[in-house]
Design a protein around this ligand. Sequence first.
Ligand code: PMP
Length: 345
Amino acid sequence: MKPLQELVRPNIWKLKPYSSARDEYSGSSASVFLDANENPYNTPNNRYPDPLQRDVKKGIGKIKGVPVGNIFLGNGSDEAIDLAYRVFCEPRVDNVVAIDPTYGMYQVCADINEVAYRKVLLDDRFQFKAEDLLAASDERTKLMFLCSPNNPTGNNLCREEIERLLRGFEGIVIVDEAYIDFSEARSFLPDLAKYPNLIVLQTFSKAWGCAAIRLGMAFASEDIIALFNKVKYPYNVNLLTQKQASEMVLRHYEVDRWVKTLKEERAWLEERFRALPCVERIFPSDANFFLARVTDACAVYDYLVSRGVIVRNRNSVALCGNCLRVTVGTRLENEKLLEALEKYK
Ligand code: PMP
């Protein structure tokens, strides 16, 4: 890896971050708080939340086996994706490399930040070769985006190729593990110390059942986390979210139960899909959704909408011609989908 200072935008490296009232005093012995221009009434919502979300991070750290100093929390993992651009990529100068197809926000954030986005097409098994991503990079490539299990394809990326990239690329490798809880593959979290250029993204929006609270996690070296903390909004995760996340940490056994059920449900739904006349192919999935190639994705999609059932039409995405992405729901929801598809002509 290049020295971090060479990878970070010079203005960010030099940045003197905003220091909030709760940054300057974060002790627990005080009882009178007249430092933040808050309203003394309407507790607890009158007070600014912990800018570094220490309690939540302690709970997450225990579950994930990661020290608190290696954790960043944001307004969804989308915040961490955007921060990676703002920290590392000089607009109109730097570029990033990503697999294609993959999660759309990597490109949207690149476009917003005016950073060139270089796509490398996956093969027909939705896999990549590290050497192809390296060949697409140059000395101005700051980030590489991998998503495993990948969205919208649902498969795990080959672990050896990810490791090859982590060793071979001198910039930052972002491994988005939004769907890792549903996967049989091993997370990269235990490898954080081995790869100083690794950022792992996870989220409360999928297995944790908390998409509404907007909480994303980034795990990386303390130095990278410190850069994210320097650039983020001072109070980027609100109190209600922090409270709900802490409660979910205590109810983590529920997440394990949901994951087990959803994986069983995925297998059942895939099996039933295979028998449908309009389904041509189901792609293997390690996520809480799967990609299915149908006879005519746009027609099937419109038909399902007319029946009040919404799936994702991925027809226009690279390698996904005539594909629908189906999220696994409850048995009742899945049955409604199947019932509709069985009547499709
Ligand atoms: N990464 C991937 C691969 C996703 O599919 C999604 C959401 N669809 C996200 C990140 C964003 O998750 P969040 O809700 O945490 O912003």
